[in-house]
Write a protein that binds this ligand. Sequence first.
Ligand code: ZN
Length: 178
Amino acid sequence: MNFCSQCGAGVALIIPEGDNRERHVCGDCSTIHYQNPRIITGTLPVHEDKVLLCKRAIEPRYGLWTLPAGFMENGETTEQGATRETWEEASANIENLTLYTLFNLPYINQVYFFYRANLSDLNFGPGTESLEVGLFSEDEIPWEELAFPVITRTLQLYFDDRNTGHFPVRSEDILRRR
Ligand code: ZN
């Protein structure tokens, strides 16, 4: 950040009085611009023995496969955000959302939530951010063409847990770039 969003003056990175870390502080109006992690929320849509994946039509990771997910918006819950992203990216209707994985990625200041969900019907298709949407069984998953480590990890956990039929919430920290 270079300029104050309140008044347009330059900002400096300093530790405000009473704080313990550097913040962007406006040199003119003294507004402190806090920056905090961003939340990404998404789903693992399931139909019978298959899961739904989207091929990305946007950067980063154009052309690689992902679960539907995106930045949470103000005014919504993580579950609502996950449902919205699933609709936007895959035109898919889902139900029975259950929190499944939570990932902290402190090196890029992100937190991910994925919900397991059932597809309500098979009328899905690519939204504007997807090239293709499809259902994949475990042996059809394009493991080498997945977009992000959190996607790979969520799918690994899912297929492991499916062997026992028990899906506890899985919380993991990913501490560095793969
Ligand atoms: Zn200012």
